[in-house]
Design a binder for this molecule. Sequence first.
Ligand code: PGA
Length: 273
Amino acid sequence: MVQINRGNNAPPPPPVQRIPLIAGNWKMNKTVDESLALIDEMLDDLNAYEEVETVICPPFIALFPAMELIEDTEVKLGAQNMYFKDNGAFTGEISPLMLREVCDYVILGHSERRGYFHETNEDINLKVKAALKYDLTPIIAVGENLAQREAGLTEEIIGLQVEIALREVNSYDASGIVIAYEPLWAIGTGRAASGEVANDVCKFIRQTVARLYDQSVGDRVRIQYGGSVTPDNISEFMSQSDIDGALVGGASLKAGDFVKIVARTQECLAKKK
Ligand code: PGA
């Protein structure tokens, strides 16, 4: 390949454009019929916001019919969890091999999985690697609880969560993943973090990724904030330097609210340009 010598006056490379990502984590809510009705209610609106990537994460059982419903749109699907094995005697589990037929994303390490189902950082690392093997993009959820924050342990806890989740993940794969910062004290409480507090941690996560790989991976990785995100506070998060989207729980179950969150995300993007 011919190397072009741009000399010392070459302009700096353009800044990396991270496409904002709004994902709706429905958790254990909605039957199949209800899931399809909710998607149907918001699909046209979501599809209209072309500059925002929108992902819906309904329960497993609704993924296949949801895939048929969203087929000709830009809206994407994600699962809320998966096991790390391809197949075998693991009653009740779902594998990446199964999920890749129906979705693009998978949430891994949500605090409810860590808390209620005792998932460790090492389990999450196995899942991250398994997801990447089948071209599923992991949304890796990390976050501290209130006691940890008050004890000044936020960075220590989150640094470890990120570091272990990404063990043995190569830099190409790492630059494509998504990390969701979800402080436990803000999830489902109506007490969202302030934009500034959330951005500080998201910046720390980006620096951690840059330290583990290099600056370009740090610049590329998308980092979401999650925890009581609503149409009223999304702009505060989206106007921050290191927040590239949101993982939305409760508000993703209301079509009008979720559409507004996506709409306001696109508005913020226009202001940032
Ligand atoms: P919340 O949930 O928006 O209802 O706080 C966020 C999440 O758990 O992903």
